[in-house]
Design a protein around this ligand. Sequence first.
Ligand code: GDP
Length: 298
Amino acid sequence: MFETLSDRLTSVFSSLRGKGRLSEEDINATAREIRLALLEADVALPVVRDFIARIKERSRGEEVSKALNPAQQVIKIVNEELVEILGGETRQVRFAKNPPTVIMLAGLQGAGKTTLAGKLAKWLAAQRNTPLLVAADLQRPNAVTQLQVVGERAGAPVFAPEPGNGVGDPVEVARLSIEFAERNNHNVVVIDTAGRLGVDTEMMKQAADIRDAVSPDEIIFVVDAMIGQDAVNTAQAFLDGVGYDAVALTKLDGDARGGAALSIRHITGRPIMFASTGEKLDDFDLFHPDRMASRILD
Ligand code: GDP
C-alpha cells in the first residue's frame, strides 16, 4: 500500500539528515522533491499545490522545537499535513435516533460495493447491530445471488426481490426493505445499488430515486482506489449526480500509489469513512487518517 510515495518521502527526508538549520534553499529543494513524490503518486494537482504551500509555510515558520532536528521537524510537519489531507479525524458512522439507520452504497460496477456490503454487515454485527442487507442492484444478473452469498458468510439476512418484494423495481425493493427491517428489528439497513462500468445518467437517476424513496442516514460512495485520478473524477460525478456523505475506498491492498486516498477528501469535501484492503470479509475497517499517514511515513 502506497509504496511509491513512502519510498520517495523516505529518500527526501534522508537527504535532510545531519543538517543544522534549514536554509531557504533547503526548504525549496525539499518542497520540490515532495511535490514530485506526490505527483508520481497520482495525487490531484490542486491537492499537491495546497499541500506544498502548507509545507513551505510551516517549514519557514516559527515552529522550531529544541527536541527535534530540522529533518525531524519536516517529517513532523509532513505527517501532520498528511493526516489533515486524509481527513483529520476518523469519521464514525452516524446512527439514526430512530432505527433503522439506513446506509446506501453507490458507485461504479466493479468498485467493490457488494463485497463491501458484506464486510460492513459483518463489522456492524460485531458491534451488536442487527444489519439487513438489501439487494437493490437489479442491473447485473448475478448481483442478487452474490449479495446472498456474501450475506450468508457475514451472517446477515438479505432482503431480495421476490413476489411481494418489488420484483424488478430497485426503488420498491429499497422502500419495502425498510418496512421489513422495522417489523423484524433490524437496526441497520445496508442497501447495495446498481453500478455500471462508466458514469451514466440512468444509473445516477436510479440511485437518486432510491435515495429519495428511503432518505438514507448515510450515503457512501464506494470507489476502487487503484484507478487513481479516475477515482477522483468519478467521485466528483457522483457528488453532482447523487450526492453522498462519505467515501469507502476499496482495493487499497493493491494500490501502490495512493493518489485517490490523498486527493478525494480535498476535492470532494467528503471524508473517507471505510477502507477495504482485500477480498476477505475481515479486510475492512474504519479509515484512520493518522494511521494511514504513519504507514506512508514508516
Ligand atoms: P460491485 O460491482 O461494486 O458490487 O463490486 P464487487 O463487490 O463485485 O467487487 C468486484 C471485485 O473486486 C470482486 O472480484 C471482489 O472480490 C474484488 N474486491 C472487492 N473489494 C476488494 C478489496 O478491497 N481488495 C481486493 N484485492 N479486491 C477486492
